[in-house]
Design a protein around this ligand. Structure first.
Ligand code: ADP
Ligand code: MG
Ligand code: MG
Length: 911
């Protein structure tokens, strides 16, 4: 293969020798489909021969103003001639024509994103050859009308409804119901009608090459058909749907798509022909069973489109004329699984009893199936435990932590469909993708209800909490996309009669109507549809998930803690496997009925009232900590001293102003007015221009030492009481937002003094670690000094991201980060996945911190601690633990295990 080879052959030559030039590892060049077609051909599976035009050619085409780069057309021509020779038929031949499909295939699978043309090469001459060879005029005319229809839609962008309407009209005049009842003559006359539609719909200005005798004609020249089709596939790489999908899935726009040109095989040649899609195991729950659907006497996308009712693949072996192919298919399943060492997804066609493989790839699956398959494959000896852990995508685990219907809830099931993608969703009914998008923009949860979805619905499917369709099976568009996104989906709920225009659905046989805006609940795990909102609960960690997480625990070096502020969340964190609390935010303890106490502390000038407020706070805080430490008995709990600006606990000055104005008008008592006015001026005096950069964190404790002392005392007393009761509490005290060492030194001294007091009052020994957050660049770069006064560092990567970028999260995330992402100024949101610049500060501070204090413990308590990519970064930096929200603890455990394994594998690769 030369470096700039653009086209690659796959399949056999005329003598039956394998002449495949690619393999499964060449996805970047051949795309996924092309690489796997090559691989299947090489391992001896029956693949119709063809060739693949590389992804680089697509990108070169773009960069060359949408024109083929030099030499590309010649190379394609050479491979086309070679294909004709290998098969012994010529495209467009009047006696025995070769027909081909033109198929897109990007390096990453993009279901439904790119378009395919079947039966290419048919024209008014070659149709006669096809009739002669097959002695089946009906089949031949059906193939021709499909070709014109697909070519017009996919390549020329003609409205597909025009053709569907013509077919419907034909069926009505013939008095038949199904497409398959139309005769050869009917189809022949449809071909003529289709050509007229083509001529009327395609612009002569845009396609001067198609003008014959002054009018646009359906192209008869197979070369032109092929050329236009290849260009259309290249063009589809940049269509809106494809771009949206790539943005959703973080796939680069620079990869391009390959084009596969492949000899056609026909599943529509009668009752011993069929076409189908299958998975080598059940992709919904992972059971080791044959899974998929097929249709007799059908072609290509008929199965996925849900046009006719399909049959389950397991029955194939029992159908006359298809048994042989059915048996062979089961063998192929085994060969593929052993070869790819994974569950595969396949497309096949049976032409007059003979099996042909048209596609395979490692199959998409639900999180539940991913876990089950990985564990079974370890048991079967196919993969190792390490591989099993590496195969589970932590982000996908989210699915399992998805809500389910509360077992205790009562509800009436109004419809049932297929359980296509697990998890339950509740939201208002919407009947179009656009409505789903607008509902989500208003912050409303919605369930998208469609007859069946198609790629144009993608934006709405992303916006919806759940997806409900009345048509299509478990391999329909809605099902495949929903599973990929982890969105709950119920499909094929046939009793649902949807009127998308009127934005409502009736349940057949009842007078129940679901109108736009009505709350509906769906359960994608069971297929149930409920009118009304059902209470949801989160499932527990059991079974397969537990097994995989235990394996991951065995590999990981990073500890995982949780961020929790109350005993319930603490308990949940423990259940999810957290090894402690990495961040207990005390400000959350000052809300609700506590708010008035802190308010009186902040607002009064009277020392006695202040002391009273502090006493009251001490009492409630002590109980808070007592509960937390008890729930986390034996495990560390990092308590952060008060962090946010105090005025966050105060009332909104604007409403107070309104109240005062009202009182003035109603002539309220002078006393009342005076108090209110004093309050307002006090609140006003606390207002800051940039509170995020103002009086908060350790600065508060420096200005209000009695507040910090109260909190330390509460921690110490709770600890002392628990020790006396025989528990083993392990609190750690964390000082936020330190920028200069003396801040920490001062607080550390004051904290130690309070701890010593309480220790002697209670007669217990209090070994409570004192550490700080590193969340300001100044702290990061002077961490060696700071570390001398800290037992631990915890990186507050949210604030560190804000202060490193100079971004205020609340402002930028809604205002300009989306634009930055669109314009590719930044590759991802730095508040979701840690930015390399911020990571560099974490690394510097870690190294300096260990220099200043070799025994220091290093953790992360920003939200990044639950993001799998960030976990990888923190592992590489060599931190001791990450801390994240309780529900992300399982993800972080898995991500940490995978990070350790990835490092190990990279190390051995470099050896
Ligand atoms: P997608 O990426 O949307 O799955 P494909 O290229 O796989 O598109 O093609 C769409 C449909 O056409 C599939 O059902 C496929 O099996 C069928 N198909 C593609 N090429 C051929 C062929 N050479 N012979 C018969 N059917 C084909
Ligand atoms: Mg396909
Ligand atoms: Mg912070």
């Amino acid at each position: 293969m030369s470096d700039n080879q653009r086209v690659f052959a796959f399949g056999k030559d005329f003598q039956g020798n394998n002449v495949t030039e690619g393999n499964k590892d060449m996805k970047a060049t051949l795309g996924g489909k092309g690489a796997n077609l090559a691989e299947m051909a090489s391992i001896g599976l029956p693949v119709p021969p063809g060739f693949t035009i590389s992804c680089q050619t697509c990108m070169d085409y773009y960069h060359n103003n949408n024109q083929f780069p030099d030499g590309a057309l010649d190379e394609i021509e050479k491979y086309r001639l070679d294909l004709e020779e290998r098969i012994g038929k010529r495209i467009g031949d009047a006696e025995d024509p070769l027909l081909v499909s033109v198929r897109s295939g990007a390096p990453f699978s993009m279901p439904g994103m790119m378009d395919t043309v079947l039966n290419l090469g048919l024209n008014d001459l070659s149709i006669q050859g096809l009739i002669k060879q097959t002695e089946n005029p009906r089949f031949a005319w059906d193939s021709y009308r499909r070709f014109i229809q697909m070519f017009s839609k996919v390549v020329m962008d003609v409205n597909g409804d025009l053709f569907e309407n013509a077919i419907t009209a034909k069926k009505i005049t013939r008095g038949v119901k199904g497409d398959n009842e139309l005769s050869a003559e009917d189809l022949e006359s449809l071909v003529a009608e289709f050509k007229d539609i083509f001529s009327a719909s395609v612009s002569a200005d845009e396609y001067p090459e198609l003008v014959v005798d002054g009018a646009v004609q359906f192209p008869q020249d197979p070369d032109m058909q092929l050329n236009l089709s290849i260009r259309a596939v290249f063009g589809s790489w940049m269509n809106d749907r494809a771009q949206l999908y790539r943005r959703q899935n973080k796939i680069s726009d620079d990869l391009g798509t390959a084009v596969n040109v492949q000899a056609m095989v026909f599943g529509n040649k009668g009752e011993t022909s069929a076409t189908g899609v299958a998975f080598t195991r059940n992709p919904a729950n992972g059971e080791n069973e044959f899974y998929g659907d097929y249709l007799v006497n059908a072609q290509g996308e008929d199965v996925v489109a849900g046009i006719r009712n399909t049959s389950p693949i397991a029955e194939l072996k029992e159908v006359d004329g298809l048994q042989g192919a059915g048996q062979e298919l089961e063998e192929v399943f085994k060969i593929l699984e052993n070869h790819y060492r994974d569950m595969c997804d396949i497309e096949f066609t049976i032409e007059q009893g003979k099996l042909w493989m048209l596609q395979t790839r490692v199959g998409k699956r639900t999180a539940q199936a991913a876990l089950h398959i990985a564990i079974c494959m370890v048991e079967e000896g196919l993969i190792t435990k390490e591989e099993a852990v590496l195969r589970i995508d932590p982000a996908q685990l989210d699915q399992l932590l998805h809500p389910q219907f509360d077992k205790g809830a009562t509800y009436d099931v109004v419809a049932k469909g297929l359980n296509a993608s697990p998890g339950a969703a509740v939201g208002e009914a919407v009947f179009s993708a656009a409505d789903a998008v607008s509902a989500a923009a208003l912050g409303n949860k919605c369930v998208l209800i469609r007859w069946e979805t198609n790629p144009d619905d993608l934006a709405g499917m992303v916006a919806a909490e759940g997806i409900l369709t009345s048509h299509g099976g478990k391999t329909s568009h809605a099902a495949v996309i929903a599973r990929g996104m982890g969105t709950p989906c119920v499909c094929g709920a046939e009793t649902l009669k949807i009127d998308a225009e009127a934005k409502q659905a009736t349940i057949t046989g009842t007078d129940i109507v679901i109108k736009e805006g009505d709350m509906v609940s769906i359960d994608g795990t069971t297929g149930i549809v409920v009118l009304g909102a059902v209470d949801l609960v989160l499932p527990e960690l059991t079974g397969d998930l537990d097994t995989i997480l235990e394996w991951a625990d065995g590999f990981r070096r990073l500890g995982v803690r949780a961020n929790a502020d109350n005993p319930e969340d603490a308990q949940l964190s423990r259940d999810f496997g957290a090894a402690g609390i990495g961040l207990c935010r005390t400000e959350h303890m000052f809300l609700g009925d506590r708010k008035s106490i802190i308010q009186s502390f902040i607002l009064t000038d009277d020392p006695a009232a202040r002391d009273q407020a502090l006493d009251d706070l001490l009492a409630v805080q002590t109980e808070d900590f007592y509960g937390m430490f008890k729930a986390m008995d034996g495990l560390p709990v990092v308590v952060r001293l008060l962090d946010p600006p105090l005025h966050e606990f105060l009332d909104d000055p604007r409403s107070l102003e309104v109240e005062i104005t009202k009182l003035e008008h109603t002539g309220a008592e002078a006393d009342v007015l005076r108090t209110k006015r004093n309050l307002l001026s006090r609140i006003d005096s606390m207002t800051e221009m940039n509170p995020m950069l103002g009086l908060r964190g350790v600065r508060l404790a420096i200005l209000n030492p009695e507040l910090a002392a109260m909190q330390v005392r509460a921690i110490a007393v709770a600890t002392a009481r628990l020790i006396k009761e025989g528990f083993n509490p392990e609190p750690e005290i964390m000082i936020p937002l330190v920028s200069v060492t003396p801040e920490l030194e001062t607080l550390r001294g004051e904290t130690k003094a309070v701890l010593a007091e309480v220790a002697s009052e209670y007669g217990v020994e209090l070994n409570i670690q004192i550490g700080t957050m590193i969340e300001l660049p100044r702290a990061a770069v002077t961490a060696d000094e700071i570390a001398k006064h800290a037992d631990f560092f915890s990186f507050g990567t949210n604030d560190l991201t804000q202060t490193t970028f100079g971004f205020s999260r609340d402002d930028v995330e809604s205002k300009f980060i989306p634009r930055y992402l669109e314009r590719k100024i930044i590759p991802y949101n730095p508040f979701e996945t840690v930015d390399p610049g911020v990571a560099k500060l974490v690394k510097i501070a870690s190294e300096l911190g260990r220099e200043g204090n070799p025994g220091i413990t290093l953790g992360v308590c920003g939200e990044h601690g639950g993001d799998p990519d960030s976990v990888m970064t923190f592992h590489e930096i060599g931190l001791d633990y990450v801390s994240c929200s309780p529900y992300r603890v399982p993800l972080a455990r898995l991500a940490a295990g995978r990070a350790a394994l990835a490092e190990k594998h990279n190390a051995s690769d470099n050896r």
